[in-house]
Design a protein around this ligand. Structure first.
Ligand code: AMP
Ligand code: MG
Length: 283
């Protein structure tokens, strides 16, 4: 597929660089992309066709006994674009091959277990594209910001997460981690839109406004995540997300590159094709 509009592969452009500082990122920027909004929408339609083909190959691979899968981890503040990405990007592929899971406030049962318990249970089965809408990272983000557990506990979680992800990757899962970064002003605008339309009230939560006051604490918590958990097998990608046309197209490109890296073919027939053709002709 022609990549003429991406200067370099998206995973190279968007991967958290050494020494990255979140406050120096411009969420209105469109790194790596040589066109505007219209070109991005057109490009995304093409990407979708290629992505759907590769996802079908992965699904077929799983049915044929393969052990591989893909896990897309979506993180970002409220309104940053996580659920829009699910509908617009994941919506490009066959839902049969998708395992979607959103992570909210842990249930009493989940709270009785180690923080990775609910995560392990939600990992994609072989052949599937798993999508985590929020994830184990909440356990070092909201949990850290609100001190829901003592520092002695959350501070150990970065290493635990790295060990966990290394095992998941070694078992055959390609992990794609993306963080959507928006400005405080853009979040205000998007929350305002949720208050303007009855069709959007259901997305609005009064306590989201309280989280806005904690923006600097969240920024520090995200900074720590990027510094401590961007590993070789599971690097973080930073998505400037003030422009939805860019953030969605960029995530699509990252996913596509991840699937391409798997070099998926079609599983060979486990029957005699010619013999079956003859049988069918006579059937
Ligand atoms: P939403 O993504 O809008 O459905 O909101 C889910 C809410 O659940 C967010 O406010 C998250 O911060 C919260 N949440 C997710 N995981 C955890 C966790 N491990 N501990 C506490 N709150 C969490
Ligand atoms: Mg919400």
């Amino acid at each position: 597929m022609a990549r003429t509009r991406w200067k370099k592969p998206a995973h190279e452009v968007l991967r958290v660089p050494e020494g990255f500082r979140l406050e120096s990122l411009d969420p209105t920027s469109t790194p790596g992309w040589k066109g505007g909004a219209k070109a991005a929408v057109q490009h995304m339609a093409k990407q979708g066709v290629a992505l759907a083909d590769l996802q079908e190959r992965l699904y077929a691979d799983g049915k044929a006994g393969g052990h591989r899968s893909v896990l897309l981890v979506l993180q970002g503040m409220d309104t940053a674009g996580k659920s829009g990405t699910v509908s617009h990007v994941i919506g490009l592929v066959d839902p049969q091959g998708v395992q979607y899971r959103g992570f909210g406030v842990p249930t009493p049962v989940e709270l009785k277990h180690h923080f990775l318990w609910r995560i392990r249970r939600a990992l994609p089965a072989p052949g599937y594209l798993g999508v985590f809408d929020r994830s184990h990272y909440e356990d070092v983000l909201v949990v850290r910001v609100h001190e829901l557990v003592p520092e002695a506990i959350w501070s150990k979680r970065y290493d635990e997460i790295n060990d966990f992800e290394a095992k998941v990757a070694a078992a055959g899962t390609v992990i794609v981690k993306v963080a959507f970064i928006i400005t405080l002003d853009e979040q205000k605008r998007r929350l305002g839109a949720r208050l303007k339309s009855a069709a959007k009230y259901w997305k609005y939560e009064p306590r989201d406004l309280d989280e806005r006051a904690l923006w600097p604490a969240y920024r520090d918590a995200y900074q720590a995540v990027f510094e401590k958990t961007s590993t070789e097998v599971a690097p973080w990608h930073i998505i400037p997300a003030n422009r939805k046309w860019y953030s969605r197209m960029a995530v699509t490109e990252l996913l596509l590159e991840a699937f391409e890296s798997m070099e998926l073919g079609w599983p060979p027939a486990d029957f005699d094709v010619e013999a079956e053709k003859e049988r069918l002709a006579g059937a």
